[in-house]
Ligand binder design. Structure first.
Ligand SMILES: NC(=O)c1ccc[n+]([C@@H]2O[C@H](COP(=O)([O-])OP(=O)(O)OC[C@H]3O[C@@H](n4cnc5c(N)ncnc54)[C@H](O)[C@@H]3O)[C@@H](O)[C@H]2O)c1
Length: 348
């Protein structure tokens, strides 16, 4: 990936699950990598390895002044904006924090970029949950209605609306700037330790020899490996550099499936790798409302970016489960193993 050699790349949310993989991937390109996150202590197995390769800033993106000062100090050529409160259940517990981080944080970035004086290509990462969910079988298209019945989904829809209005009102005038938004769904992979997500919950329950409580076995998601949307974000950034007609657009990045896989399917495939895994339906009375059916139509990314997902469902689970097996069996090699997964993915 000589493309980014000697460029300055900023990843917001670099201490998180997707951010840590993106940072590891970009660290192989010869670019200078910068990261902004509000939680540098988040569990992240790549942290020590990346310490000397990434310049980290402990910044809250809802604080406009410090965000602007840091961004103008870094002067990035590329920005991947991933920083967000990413957990649906937490958005019910703390809706203000979620909406602030996800919407106002994005607004702050766009406001800073409005008058940015250097050439810069930016990818704003939101979510498939930005679509107003009508429980339909066919995948959502980029032109479908936005909306959200829960605070997390609403925060991502708001971020998309702010992005679109800022582009149409201001950003299109800034010749230095190329920008697009990216909507992907539930991703899984190694090095995810986030609370209340299916894979970290599976791993925790196996380690503790507990029954895993499942909210909804039948919920389907566009499951994909973390490297898939990251590959999409990277392709989107590169395409923005050469294809002016995609400036200001939004793109879906989802799996290439004709079958929707459920939480039960994920558990059954994981059990093949971790036979000790056991699960039951939760009796939690505080269960919150969640979409049961969600899939994306990704034809636009295929046609305009030449991006399609590469891994099938079994490969997706294998990449993920094998990472944790490797981590628990031979911890010291996990960075090399993760880089090997990136190279294998690139060549697949
Ligand atoms: N993981 C998924 O399945 C998934 C699915 C769809 C979309 N997304 C989106 O992708 C992005 C990354 O997700 P993830 O899984 O890596 O999340 P994560 O929770 O693992 O990491 C979030 C990161 O954002 C940072 N952050 C949060 N609020 C911040 C703030 N106010 N200021 C500065 N930094 C802040 C955290 O410190 C952390 O580095 C998010 O925008 C998320 O909504 C994730």
């Amino acid at each position: 990936m000589d493309y980014f050699k000697n460029k300055k790349i900023l990843v917001t949310g670099h201490s998180g699950f997707k951010g840590s993989w993106l940072t590891l991937w970009l660290s192989l390109t010869g670019a200078s990598i910068f990261g902004i996150s509000n939680n540098l202590n988040k569990k992240n197995i790549f942290k020590n390895h990346l310490q000397n390769r990434v310049k980290s800033f402990n910044i809250d993106i809802t604080n406009f002044k410090s965000f602007k000062k840091t961004l103008n100090h870094i002067k990035p050529d590329y920005i991947f904006h991933l920083a967000a409160q990413s957990i649906v259940s937490k958005s019910y517990q703390n809706p203000i924090d979620t909406i602030y981080s996800n919407s106002i944080g994005t607004l702050n970035l766009l406001e800073i970029l409005k008058n940015y004086k250097k050439e810069c290509t930016t990818v704003i990462i939101t979510s498939d949950k930005c679509y107003y969910n009508v429980e339909k079988n066919t995948g959502y298209k980029e032109s479908d209605q936005l909306g959200g019945d829960d605070p997390y989904s609403a925060s991502k829809a708001i971020a998309e609306i702010i992005f679109s209005s800022y582009f149409k009102s201001f950003l299109y005038k800034n010749q230095n700037l190329k920008i697009a938004s990216a909507r992907a769904g539930n991703v899984i992979g190694g090095n995810d330790w986030t609370e209340d997500r299916i894979v970290p919950d599976i791993i925790k329950s196996i380690k503790k020899n507990n029954f895993l409580s499942i909210r909804n076995f039948n919920a389907t998601r566009p499951w994909q490996h973390v490297l898939e949307p990251l590959d999409g974000y990277i392709k989107l950034a590169k395409s923005l550099d050469s294809k002016t007609y995609i400036n200001g657009e939004s793109f879906n990045f989802g799996p290439n499936v004709n079958k929707n896989y459920s939480v039960r399917d994920v558990l059954l495939h994981f059990k093949k790798k971790f036979p000790l895994l056991k699960y039951k339906t939760t009796k939690d009375k505080n269960k919150f409302k969640e979409a049961t059916l969600l899939s994306l139509n990704c034809k636009k990314a295929k046609n305009k970016l030449n991006w399609t997902s590469k891994l099938n469902f079994k490969e997706t689970i294998d990449y993920t489960a094998n990472w944790y097996l490797e981590y628990f069996n031979r911890n010291e090699n996990i960075i090399e193993y993760s880089i090997k997964q990136i190279h294998n993915y690139e060549q697949s």
